[in-house]
Ligand binder design. Structure first.
Ligand code: PMP
Length: 380
């Protein structure tokens, strides 16, 4: 179908035009290995360092704080794994709504004998800070919390969580993947020990991301066999991806405010249209503290998977949760953690968009979504 509407930016977004152009030039013109000493190598090295500086600037961190990695899944694994055994009695906690690249590592560490705890969330997807503090009191060594949730768009109180973690001497990790490019992200102000990021949610390429480390905090490598990234991420640097990451980070630095405002307008436009539906529709997530680009909704009695399949046929790409767990028949762990019973959790559908999603696309999408909801509700 020619006029498809892409509303799945929290899974991944298209490259920004300038990112694509600069990556294209790099693919054709930068042949070197960033570790080689000849001029082609030096050019590649200089591109990698420019990428590091641009990302650092976009998140308010010094360049030397940034370790480039293969994306946020890798970064999350790396931070958690390299701090899991920081002390003789490690205890790790995270929230119940983390991305699987945090939650499953924590589960695995638990199976390996480490003391772990998962902090519950309320009906809006916000962590219970009292439960968090009670758990911290038991001698927690590392706390991991996401800045913004990929499924509901809820923005978590990461500053408050960080203060609590600090009070109890725990290392604090923030998964900032969904926040970057949508809301202001300032690492210095956040006060976390580590923040993990990915380029492809902000118009950059897939397969590159970062761990940002607070001064004096070290992260070990997940792999061995190379000295790249000062031994913290072995493997030949992906220079075209680094160039794409740089262009995307520069766009974030220059345009975040505009993006934030226009995304918010698009989200209101879509929600205002959807709530007109004769089929009762519920907003899932936090109606106040939330990303400007994400709407998680449930149409009464309409199965989310049925809805997504029907929408796909109508030319709309959306999702019911994390793409990393898509395809599983289980309802979303995030919506379940918010207290919804299984059948209601299965009704959740997520629409997420980006800076190049225009008003017409949202209006057109709303019409198609409403007609599909009505049709499926009638069948239900
Ligand atoms: N954390 C969050 C919150 C995410 O939304 C995602 C992507 N779905 C990831 C981590 C993983 O990022 P990547 O695709 O770069 O591995």
């Amino acid at each position: 179908m020619s006029n498809r509407i892409y509303l799945d930016w929290n899974a991944t977004g298209p490259l920004l035009p300038e990112v694509r152009d600069q990556m294209q030039q790099a693919l054709e013109g930068v042949p070197g290995n960033a570790s080689s000493i000849h001029q082609d190598g030096q050019r590649a090295r200089s591109e990698v360092e420019r990428a590091r500086r641009a990302l650092a600037e976009a998140v308010g961190a010094p360049a030397q704080a940034v370790v480039l990695t293969g994306g946020a899944t890798e970064s999350n694994n790396q931070v958690l794994r390299s701090h899991a055994r920081r002390t003789d009695e490690p205890r790790i906690l995270c929230t119940a709504v983390e991305h699987p690249s945090v939650l499953e590592v924590v589960e695995q560490l638990g199976e390996e004998g480490i003391d772990v705890d998962v902090v519950p969330v309320d009906g809006r997807g916000q962590p219970d800070l009292q439960a968090l503090e009670a758990s911290l009191r038991e001698g927690t060594t590392l706390v991991s919390a996401m800045w913004a949730n990929n499924e509901t768009g809820a923005v978590l109180p990461v500053h408050e969580i960080g203060e609590l973690a600090d009070e109890y001497g725990a290392v604090f990790h923030v998964d900032g993947t969904q926040a970057l490019g949508r809301i202001p992200v300032d690492f210095q102000d956040l006060g976390a020990d580590f923040m993990t990021l990915s380029a492809h949610k902000m118009g950059g390429p897939k397969g590159i991301g970062a761990v940002v480390c607070r001064e004096g905090r070290k992260v070990g490598p997940l792999m061995v066999g190379g000295h790249q990234e000062r031994g913290r991420r072995p493997g030949t640097e992906n220079v075209p991806a680094a160039i794409g990451l740089r262009a995307a980070a520069e766009a974030v630095s220059a345009r975040l405010e505009d993006w934030n405002r226009s995304l918010e307008k698009r989200r209101s436009l879509l929600w205002d249209a959807l709530r007109e539906s004769p089929v009762p529709v519920e907003l899932r997530g936090d109606p106040e503290r939330r990303l400007p680009n994400t709407l998680n909704v449930a149409f009464d009695g309409v199965d989310g998977e049925d809805m997504l399949l029907a929408l796909d046929l109508e030319g709309i790409s959306a999702s019911s949760g994390s793409a990393c767990t898509a395809g599983s028949l289980e309802p979303s762990h995030v919506i379940l953690a918010m207290g919804y019973p299984e059948d209601e959790a299965r009704e959740s559908v997520r629409f997420s968009f980006g800076p190049t999603t225009d008003r017409d696309a949202i209006e057109d999408a709303a019409e198609r979504i409403l007609s599909v909801a009505e049709r499926l509700h009638g069948l239900a």
